[in-house]
Design a protein around this ligand. Sequence first.
Ligand code: AP5
Ligand code: MG
Length: 213
Amino acid sequence: MKIIMLGAPGAGKGTQAKMLSDKFSIPHISTGDIFRANIKEGTELGKKAKAYMDAGGLVPDELTVDLVIDRIGKDDCVNGYILDGFPRTLNQAHKLSEALAESGDIDCAVNVDVPDEAIIERMSGRRVCPSCGASYHIVNIPTKVEGICDRCGAEVIQRADDLPETVKKRLSVYHEQTQPLIDYYKGLGREADVDGTQSMQAVFEAIVACLEG
Ligand code: AP5
Ligand code: MG
């Protein structure tokens, strides 16, 4: 099963992608996580991506498209994958469709729908574990011990791009460049809308119902 997670920054794409990856035993491929890992390791890609990410803009397609096309060609992707944060521009979507021309396009683009006001509230409260990648929210999904990751014991942090001004910029980039993908996948008859304001478990069940329905 080849799945795309669509939705605004902070809509819960990463949270749901992790749950779906466990359920269907297919890899979760997040371009944001790949870029952040490269920044942490100090690679050339990381150095280039960092400035765009910190400003709330998009990393250029030249640095993004081949990375993903290579990744989905790896052995662990033979039974499918979940793309989280890619494609994010119409050009990226067209490039992905071209790459999948022989094997068949994606099965479903899941649009996790959350209004902007709720997004801002979620992002300002998000805390992430820099060590194992777990994601929390200071009110909705708090760590058991304040500031400490439940899973691995590391200190949780706020993402650099979750500062209020950057969140506003990311939302406007989303509306301008990524939202049009909803219509692109609707046109292919492969889009499903899910109400992302429900609890994590309810969102998960709604997505699974779409995928299995
Ligand atoms: P990326 O890492 O993809 O960030 P994003 O799309 O902005 O999305 P987030 O990861 O912030 O949110 P999410 O939807 O995964 O939500 P989450 O599950 O964490 O990209 C970062 C940057 O990299 C981009 O800005 C860009 O610069 C660059 N980039 C990446 N891909 C690119 C591409 N293809 N092209 C160009 N540039 C690219 O949840 C958010 C919070 O809400 C958490 O605290 C969570 O615990 C909580 N939460 C989740 N679900 C619920 C729920 N149901 N109820 C209550 N709280 C919830
Ligand atoms: Mg994410």
